[in-house]
Design a protein around this ligand. Structure first.
Ligand code: MN
Length: 159
């Protein structure tokens, strides 16, 4: 069965450990420029007939997604674990069933807690632009805010 046929299977059973029948675990990104740690990606729903895609990301304890921004939006539902997210200049603790919206052109990053994984669903446009990474100047501007500097060091847990 090809990938689309598999994804059109009416019922794909959940396995243990946030896996699903017919869904393979993929690397988070093929982009070598991006700095990230201990993230996997599973594409749950994607079809030429749908304008959206739903993915499941899993970040191991202490891991983090790429700090990036882009024109497309993210609609995120936390499924398991704990961590923090940066959206714009705001940092929030995140827990299961929380909802996180990333507006267009807004810096964002997800970080798992040191001792817990972080798993979340992420809805995106199927046709989307390539993420932009922060320049040195962008990073300096973000790090000028102490709470963001602490988040980027991975010490947001400590306050
Ligand atoms: Mn993104």
């Amino acid at each position: 069965m090809d990938e689309i046929a598999t994804r059109r299977t009416p019922h794909r059973k959940a396995q243990t450990g946030y896996r699903w029948d017919g869904v393979e675990i993929r690397p988070y990104k093929e982009d070598e420029r991006a700095l990230f740690k201990a993230v996997t990606r599973q594409v749950l729903f994607s079809d030429p007939e749908m304008q959206g895609e739903l993915r499941y990301f899993d970040i191991a304890p202490g891991g983090f997604s790429t700090l990036e921004r882009h024109a497309h939006m993210h609609a995120v539902v936390i499924l398991r674990g704990r961590g923090h997210c940066l959206v714009g200049h705001e940092i929030k603790p995140i827990a299961p069933h929380d909802l996180v919206t990333v507006p267009p052109w807004t810096w964002h990053q997800f970080r798992a807690a040191a001792n817990e994984p972080l798993g979340f669903l992420c809805l995106v446009n199927a046709a989307r632009d390539k993420p932009q990474l922060p320049s040195e100047a962008d990073l300096a501007e973000l790090k000028a805010k102490p709470h963001i500097a602490a988040f980027l060091r991975g010490t947001a847990d400590a306050g």
